[in-house]
Design a protein around this ligand. Structure first.
Ligand code: UDP
Length: 396
């Protein structure tokens, strides 16, 4: 059978879009072997003309240091003026560059995992006169920006009931919409190895309950303060009542600062890790900002969540999603977070276990397989039954 070409359009604003794009690529390879060739490109930064290609660089600053401005920009998407600008002017400026991309990759199908690429990709595509299926995989959980929801797509994959409802309101038809979950790395769909073995391999204490503190791919937010408060709280009469794992992501300075400290309980400090499924499986709860990727992964591993903050706009809706589904709590004060963890590891253990069960039920570790299977059908490619028995079993 001739290999089909899939082009995934993303941009590196935060870690989530790339993580989802990579998850889909691995999902295609695991489900279909070499029947698909999948290319992932940063359409905005690597292919658009100046100054538009500089915009993604301002994301980190806006989302972390100028949150009020980010919120303003995010909410301006609700106003027709900006949407009209994006829909009319930007595609005109970028059309030549985008046509070149499509000629270079000659895809049989295009997947967008970024809300800013729809208009600039769909217009030239229509004008080129080639009918190439175009699908959206929404990489946000509950807060969906209107720019995600383009009615001209062949299929749109969303991750929550809230997002599905929002898509219907935006004019997408039920026939276009699929609700499977966020595409997390396929490794999250594999049952975890026993905690004792993982902990030994990862250099953790074998039995003490473990709190995992993370700050997204870039290690942002008050990660250090939270870790210090938890470590202090989890000591009683000189004895450790728990242990700590801190993942600093790409934040090298944070990693150095925490590594230089003396910790009163068993503590492991990491930089960027590429085995998050194992760290999550080895711990008993997670403290994180409301990043959709981390939340979806934590649910897959049955980890109760303390949300220590959120980026205004795109992560805001994830807070009620976690709290209302009783898989965690929202608390931004490091000292109060430490008290919550202390109770979860002490008198409130039953509550922790109940939230862990809720999390397992709410998680969609198979979402990546379901999404790639559904996308492949648009190109009339089906999974060969006896080729992938493990995945088949997971999907059934
Ligand atoms: N991540 C990782 N290694 C690290 C830190 C983070 O693989 O050391 C991954 C994490 O598992 C998740 C993504 O980075 O898949 C972070 O996505 P999220 O949506 O939570 O936050 P963002 O970084 O996009 O703001």
């Amino acid at each position: 059978m001739q290999q089909k070409k899939i082009l995934i359009l993303m941009s590196n604003t935060g870690g989530g879009h790339r993580a989802s794009a990579e998850a889909l690529k691995v999902g295609f390879a695991q489900c279909f072997g070499d029947r698909f060739r999948v290319d992932i490109i940063d359409l905005l930064m690597d292919y658009l003309p100046i100054p538009l290609n500089q915009l993604p660089k301002s994301y980190s600053f806006l989302a972390n240091d100028a949150t009020w401005l980010w919120k303003l920009l995010w909410e301006s998407g609700d106003y027709p003026g900006l949407l009209q600008f994006l829909g009319e002017i930007v595609p005109r400026i970028t059309e030549k560059s985008v046509r070149r991309v499509f000629r270079q990759f000659a895809p049989d199908l295009i997947i967008s995992v970024h809300p800013l690429v729809h208009e600039i990709a769909l217009r030239p595509l229509a004008r080129m006169g080639r009918r190439i299926p175009f699908v959206t995989v929404v990489t946000d959980l509950a807060s969906i920006h209107p720019l995600w929801l383009h009615p001209a797509v062949d299929a749109c994959y969303v991750a929550s009931d809230e997002a599905y409802q929002r898509a219907l309101e935006a004019g997408l038809q039920p026939t276009q919409l699929h609700l499977f979950g966020l595409p997390v790395r396929p490794a999250f769909a594999t049952p975890a190895r026993p905690k004792a073995i993982l902990r030994q391999e990862l250099g953790m204490h074998p039995t003490l309950p473990a709190a995992l503190v993370v700050g997204g791919g870039e290690g942002i937010g008050p990660v250090a303060e939270i870790a210090q408060q938890i470590a202090r709280r989890l000591v009683s009469r000189g004895r450790a009542q728990g242990q700590l794992v801190v993942i600093c992501g790409s934040n090298q300075r944070l990693r150095e600062k925490l590594t230089d400290q003396v910790w009163p309980i068993p503590t492991v400090i990491n930089g960027f890790v590429d085995n998050m499924p194992e760290w999550m499986a080895a711990c008993d709860c997670i403290i994180t900002k409301a990043g959709p990727g981390t939340i979806a992964e934590a649910l897959s591993r049955g980890l109760p969540i303390v949300l220590s903050g959120f980026i205004p706009g795109q992560e805001e809706g994830n807070v009620p999603y976690v709290v209302n589904n009783q898989v965690g709590v929202h608390c931004e004060d490091p000292a109060a977070i430490a008290r919550i963890v202390q109770r979860w590891f002490g008198p409130d253990q039953a509550l922790l276990q109940k939230m862990a069960r809720n999390a397992r039920q709410l998680g969609h570790p198979q979402a990546t397989f379901q999404i790639v299977e559904s996308i492949a059908k648009l190109l009339n490619v089906s999974m060969v039954m006896d080729e992938q028995p493990e995945i088949r079993k997971a999907l059934s």
